[in-house]
Design a binder for this molecule. Structure first.
Ligand code: PGA
Length: 258
């Protein structure tokens, strides 16, 4: 059984003091919930402070990006080596980075390789844009994103994939549970072909895009969906705790039934 994961992507929100306040608001509620990996991804500048604030708790830390070189003259960038001191996870290839910062498949691939090399666990984001979805090209786009992102990755052991249809991110228009389940099943099939059935069955694949406390249930009820990458709703402590709690309860019920 794959342990579900709920990861909160805070994006470019919260000052350092607001980040500490937010984590303090959710920490106890999250610690009371079992059976779900809880990850928060604050902005770089708050990572050290949040690292201190979650010491001794079950909440785990991720970054939202990294640069692929370990050190050197790359003004303004943050290296895998720097993150590895503080973080366990790192989001790579988010569509906002592809869209606003011209991140290419090749860069995403270099970042994945750099993260794995240093022992950071990547959360690789893939997903089609609206026009690609409407043209029936979802599977083609996802196949290409997987191929380019994972080039040269011999063993993707600690990798998590987040399927995030771009048209669902920040729009309030989430995919349906069935749609997301079908595409995530397709992704799992591709991983099986690229690696092995065993690796595909062990890999966590999340859904992301307008997930909130009112719709999380319809995603985590689905057999292929192992949790969610949550943007906007991860900035409200009560909502985020509720999303994690519902995931835990639904998963516990499903495993009792099976
Ligand atoms: P959203 O963002 O939940 O605000 O749609 C999801 C994401 O970008 O990971």
């Amino acid at each position: 059984m794959r342990v579900p994961m709920i990861a909160g992507n805070w994006k470019m929100n919260t000052t350092v003091s607001e980040a500490i306040e937010l984590v303090n608001e959710m920490r106890q509620g999250l610690d009371e919930i079992d059976g779900v990996d809880k990850v928060i991804c604050p902005p770089f500048i708050s990572l050290a402070a949040v690292y201190g604030a979650i010491k001794g708790s079950s909440v785990r830390l991720g970054a939202q990006n990294l640069y692929f070189e370990e050190k050197g003259a790359y003004t303004g960038e943050i290296s895998p080596l720097m993150l590895a001191d503080l973080c366990e996870f790192v989001i790579i290839g988010h569509s906002e980075r592809r869209q606003y910062f011209n991140e290419t498949g090749e860069m995403v691939n270099k970042k994945i390789l750099a993260a794995l090399r240093i022992g950071l666990k990547p959360i690789l984001c893939i997903g089609e844009r609206l026009e690609e979805n409407e043209a029936g090209r979802t599977e083609e786009i996802i196949t290409e994103q997987l191929r380019s992102s994972l080039a040269g990755v011999d063993y993707p052991g600690s990798l998590t994939i987040a399927y995030e249809p771009v048209w669902a991110i920040g729009t309030g228009k989430a995919a349906t549970g069935e749609q997301a389940n079908k595409t995530i099943g397709f992704i799992r099939g591709k991983i099986a072909k690229l690696y092995s059935d065993g690796i595909a069955q062990d890999m966590r694949i999340l859904y992301g895009g307008s997930v909130n406390a009112d719709n999380i249930a319809k995603f985590v009820q689905q057999p292929e969906i192992d949790g969610a990458l949550v943007g906007g709703a991860s900035l409200k402590a009560t909502d985020f705790v509720s999303i994690v709690k519902q995931t835990s309860q639904i998963r516990a019920n499903l495993s009792k039934e099976s």
